[in-house]
Design a protein around this ligand. Structure first.
Ligand SMILES: Cc1cc2nc3c(=O)[nH]c(=O)nc-3n(C[C@H](O)[C@H](O)[C@H](O)COP(=O)(O)O)c2cc1C
Length: 494
């Protein structure tokens, strides 16, 4: 095993590694691992299941991992194996979608169904979607020749019960093992996640409440139940099963074993444009999509940071692992950033409008019958980056974004000083940036990272790293690793 610290590599080696990583669609860390012939932490190449027992020639529990769809490469539980126990609740039909969503994320799903679950969905559809046999019977002669229930309980990374009926929760809380599902649960030493689903009156029943408390004390993880309309007509309250994607996220969180170098650090990220009202229907805005800021927030949270994302109006879903404050105007954004302090890291990615109208009209402005357009009196918006860079509660690492159409390095270098930032991420947003349609709105980005050079021998005050064209997600990952390195001088073991 060898160790390298990527940020300590010579600039030209680092650049070559960055280019190679971008070309292969990897992060620099993954590329370094591959180059040094070590496995990446989470291989995206499907590999055969681990042999269960060297003496056992039976391959009935052995199962290849599903392929990961490109969009889900980052899913923290990719490559993991779960046993999914489906119990007899009306929400059982949602499990079909859950299985599909887990498999497209590279999770192997081994299904177990209770007898009651068969009343709601068929083992045929469950087995077809999971691409596996459905286990049901505790006393199955074939499976139990080699104590199949114990193998089911142990040969997985986690057990998920969805939906979890009041009945299975009662059994779990009391150590009852009278069918395959409850026996597997009692025999397992793996983490268990349950997604309760039941009628609100069942959920509120003191017996269920006692069971929930016992299960929580026993270290069982819960997702839901949610409050809302129930499948039974006219019923509403708490008891709805969490949606499949929420369960997918909870499984990801449960099985996330990636290194967390930013654990204990708090980051404030701004993203998107601001909308400065002119009247109730018009506003001043810009073309920022928020994609880069959202990706950075996600990447920092993946490394363990507590992230507050202050977002202008955008059309993308926030990452599930960050706190979000939605704002419209620059002044609201500034207030939200102030409220989110103190923090260790501030990355001001938002394209904040430089100006707003002095006063926005409270009624829709009308045309003036050929007398020319109304004049808009503008005033400057607060400079949020500068404010945070000189704040008495200044985060120790302040990073600004500079979107320029000309003299990129000159303008970005000036910003480093003026704004009190440690680093500036400079973006060429001109039509000649080389990115089809321009950086704003695109999924790709080409940035230069500027930082102050301490004690430079050549007299250069600013060092400039030229990053190759990468996806915005890849830029976010690299930037998050650079942030982690800034705090931890983290060594990547390859
Ligand atoms: C139509 C119907 C819907 C049901 N839905 C639920 C439910 O959502 N949650 C629940 O806890 N029980 C529900 N039950 C009751 C369970 O099916 C019953 O308690 C069963 O014994 C559960 O068995 P299991 O936990 O072994 O799957 C429902 C029963 C019927 C007939």
């Amino acid at each position: 095993m060898a160790s390298i610290t990527i940020r300590n590599l010579d600039e030209d080696v680092k650049q070559a590694l960055r280019e190679r990583a971008a070309k292969n669609g990897h992060s620099m860390e993954e590329e370094a691992r591959l180059l040094l012939s070590a496995k990446p932490k989470r291989s995206i190449i499907p590999k055969p299941a681990q042999a269960i027992n060297a003496d056992n020639t039976s391959n009935k529990v052995e199962k290849a991992l599903p392929k990961i769809a490109d969009a889900f490469e980052d899913y923290p539980a990719a490559g993991k194996r779960i046993v999914l126990i489906i119990t007899g609740g009306i929400a059982a039909y949602k499990c079909l979608d859950l299985i599909r969503r887990l498999r497209e994320r590279g999770v192997s799903v081994r299904p177990v169904m209770t007898k009651s679950a068969h009343e709601f969905i068929t083992p045929l559809s469950v087995g077809a979607l999971a691409a596996d046999k459905v286990f049901t019977d505790l006393f199955d002669r074939e499976d139990e020749q080699d104590v199949g229930h114990i193998r089911l309980a142990r040969e997985c990374d986690a057990i998920v019960v969805a939906p979890a009926t009041a009945d299975i929760m009662a059994k779990m809380a009391n150590g009852i093992a009278n069918d395959l599902a409850s026996t597997v649960l009692l025999a397992s030493d793996r983490p268990i996640l349950i997604a309760p689903a039941m009628n609100p009156v069942m959920w509120e029943n003191p017996a269920t409440k006692r069971n929930v408390e016992t299960l929580a004390d026993d270290g069982i993880n819960f997702i839901g139940p949610k409050t809302g309309e129930m499948a039974e007509s006219g019923e509403a309250g708490t008891g709805r099963m969490a949606e499949p994607l929420e369960i997918v996220d909870a499984i990801g969180e449960l099985l996330d074993d990636r290194p967390k170098p930013l654990l204990g650090k708090r980051a404030i990220i701004t993203a998107g444009p601001t909308h400065e009202p002119i009247d109730p229907v018009r506003y001043i805005a810009n073309r920022s999509s928020g994609k880069q800021g959202y990706a950075i927030a996600h990447a920092l949270a993946d490394l363990g940071a507590e992230v507050i994302l202050v977002s202008g109006p955008v059309n993308i879903d926030p990452p599930n692992n960050v706190g979000i404050i939605k704002v419209q105007t620059a002044r609201e954004m500034q207030k939200a950033v102030e409220m989110a302090l103190p923090a260790d890291i501030a990355i001001m990615v938002a394209a904040v409008a430089d100006w707003r109208t002095v006063a926005s009209a409270d009624k829709k402005m009308k045309k003036k019958n050929g007398k020319g357009p109304s004049e808009l009196e503008l005033t400057e918006n607060p400079d949020i980056l500068k404010g945070i860079g000189h704040h008495k509660k200044r985060p120790s690492l302040v990073i600004g974004f500079a979107a320029e159409t000309n003299d990129l390095i000159k303008h970005a270098s000036a910003k480093l000083d003026k704004k009190g930032a440690n680093w500036i991420v400079a973006n060429d947003v001109s039509a000649t940036s080389g990115i089809k349609g321009g950086v704003m709105g695109s999924d790709n980005n080409r940035i230069k990272l500027l930082s102050k050079t301490p004690n430079a021998k050549d007299g250069k005050k600013v060092s400039v790293e030229d990053w190759p064209l990468m996806s915005k997600k890849a830029v976010a990952k690299e930037l998050a690793l650079a942030v982690a390195d800034y705090f931890n001088k983290e060594t990547i073991t390859v």
